[in-house]
Ligand binder design. Sequence first.
Ligand code: TRH
Length: 390
Amino acid sequence: MRADIFCRRIDNYGDIGVCWRLARALRQAGGWRVRLWIDDRAAFARMEPHCDPLLDVQTVRGIDVVAWSAQPPALPPGDVVIEAFACDPPDSFRAAMRRHPPIWINLEYLSAESWVESHHRLPSPQPDGLMKYFFFPGFTPGTGGLLREPDLAARRDAFMHEPGARLAFLRELGLSGEHLARLATPTGGGTGSAEADGAARAADQGTRLITLFCYPDAPLAGLLDGLRTDSRPTLLLVPEGVAPRLEIAVGAATPGLHIARIPFLPQDDYDRLLWCADLNFVRGEDSVVRAGWAGRPLVWQIYPQADEAHLAKLDAWLDRYRPPPQARALFRAWNTGADARAMAQAWREASAGPAWSDWQAAARTWDADLSRLPDLATSLIGFCAQLRAR
Ligand code: TRH
């Protein structure tokens, strides 16, 4: 099968992050030949260093990557055309689709709301006679599932259990030996076990490793207050470009909190970073899924929408994720711009004692339960096979 995926960058990195993963997953799971059309190659090159942002056509890790410019090259459509987030293929390409109609899919945004199941796979007849199908990722068997490579758990567990792998990876990010020496051995990720629970309790006193990926309006001051006054020290890793005013907010270094800037990482390394941490602050739709696969606690800043529609989406997701109430309150505070006192308090209550171990257990359950569902690429391949068989 040959597929075209169209990706238009609205803002941030989520559009391209999802499309790049999907392209690779379709190749890996189904052996598809995939062509990825991208309007912003510079953003793509930040997460995939094999991409040359100056080339109009190139093959990157087995995927054909084409510049979606004002005058896109005249290439014949593949068997399947996937537009990400209703981005509409260019007119010239659509004219070619009318001549040889492909299976046309609109890959929708991720939501945990229950209406998604009734909209998933719905056909949408187009005025020009073409048929487009909605395909929704999601968290239940009635949706398309989540992006998850078949070998992900094996790679993650190998990384987590290989002695020295974590420290070697963190050292390559430029972290000093002095900070790394104090890190607690992380527990609670991967397969999880009673033994891991015991180790988690033992590790409670070492430095906690947290990663921070958030939007500019996140209530950082309160979080930093909470971290600074925490009895357990924190090493906070912040990728370049995230929370640009962070250093000003922090002011002088304090013993309980050390902040380190790290580079914006290639996408596969970002996964490894998530596996290294005790807790990941993530944002948008792709990083929340990836942090879930780490099997460790996460705090999600959901992409903001008009009329606070995102808060209903967040609640729907929390109902499935089922963290302890203290962690749920922290999510709420983080996503509603709570004042500094409330945010610091929410942090203290969620990050210690039984709330913290319950949260770790919820994170393990989340990973284990969701990884039993068919992944998005496999579901999409199956759906296309059904449509072709009609
Ligand atoms: O960047 P985002 O905020 O993208 C958003 C959301 O997807 C949102 O839902 C969507 O509507 C909007 O874009 C248009 O967050 P997200 O989705 O987590 O995407 C970030 C991507 O960047 C993800 O693929 C992980 C990747 N990444 C790296 O590759 N390296 C890094 O160092 C970091 C921090 C992220």
